[in-house]
Design a protein around this ligand. Sequence first.
Ligand SMILES: Cc1ncc(COP(=O)(O)O)c(C=O)c1O
Length: 403
Amino acid sequence: MNDLADRLEELRGRGLHRRLRLISGPQGPRVLLDGRPVLLLCSNNYLGLADHPRVRQAAAEAAMRWGTGAGASRLISGNMGPHRLLEQRLAEFKGHEAGLLFGSGYLANNGAIAALAGRGEVVFSDELNHASLIDGCRLSRAETFVYRHGDLDHLAWGLRRAEGRGSLIVTDGVFSMDGDVAPLPGLVELAGRHECRLLVDEAHGTGALGPGGRGAVAAAGLVEEIDVIVGTLGKALGGYGAYVCASRETVDYLINTARPFIFSTAPPPPMVAAAIAALDLLESHPHRVERLQAGAHALRDELAAEGLAAGGATQIVPLTVGEAERTMALCERLLEHGIFAQGIRPPTVPDGSSRLRLTVMATHRAGELRHAARVIASCARDLGVSAVPSPPGRAEAPLAEAA
Ligand SMILES: Cc1ncc(COP(=O)(O)O)c(C=O)c1O
């Protein structure tokens, strides 16, 4: 009965025990962490909208006008004006016929994948996909073929082997822990050739890539070719909740079959109104996206100048260290120097590829990023850690530590 203590002890022994840290105040570039002032380098508030006055105001006003909760699921009595408006706005923004809100990105991926694939079919999933896609595949009860990270030949082999049972390919657009972009043109080609649907999770692409921050799919000019886009409101859009964009028929199907949509209370009106305000800001101030991209370039360059090779190609800047303990030692050392860059360990990333996952925000100043790179390099040197670009995938997971 009391094996939980043993299991916790085992996690501690492997350097994998987690604890909650406490942030005081809103998510800005500088926060108080457990009472200590730090530069925040691991938030997904990429565009600085979570703490933007107009977004906060919209949430406050919606709370007064519509109340704090929707009171029921959408199919009972929880479908309100703001839900419909936000769905239309998201569909227009993403260039799809229709949109559908979910409680979170985790739920949207679970719900959409489990609805679109089923027993007797095969789902194809990149090995570095986010846990919500992985769990969606599990829930679908379809057979899952996990292809090597970004490896189109491996995927093509799996599709041939499925002999027509393939129903869905699922991928992160921007990989959440690696910051690289999926090979979307090749995925579209294979999906078309094998008559599979393609679902792209734009959690980290929206607000960060493509024209006006429309995402990795728009950046690749492939909006018309993708069957299902999933996005979250909890990262660049600064709130909470998520959405699917797809054809009207697909959305109608999800309304009727996606269990996290059917069996869960509708998103609260203040969160929906906050997302509408965030979209307004994104559309009227697209330079925020450029600032984010410029900041990411600057941080990579500064790290390279310090001899640290970061992975990825976006606002997610991973510094792969290797062992979990060494990664957390570096994370703690950085905190002592006023930098908060959370260490990421298994099972979030493959064994042997623990890393600092640095994330840039449009609100970081160039001087802050320069300072961060110098401090990271100096702490890494003190601890004898040399970061290398992220390993190619779970299968290989090599790692690098220096003496
Ligand atoms: C790629 C990806 N998809 C989905 C999610 C889940 O989104 P949410 O935080 O809205 O549940 C995340 C992050 O948490 C993610 O990184």
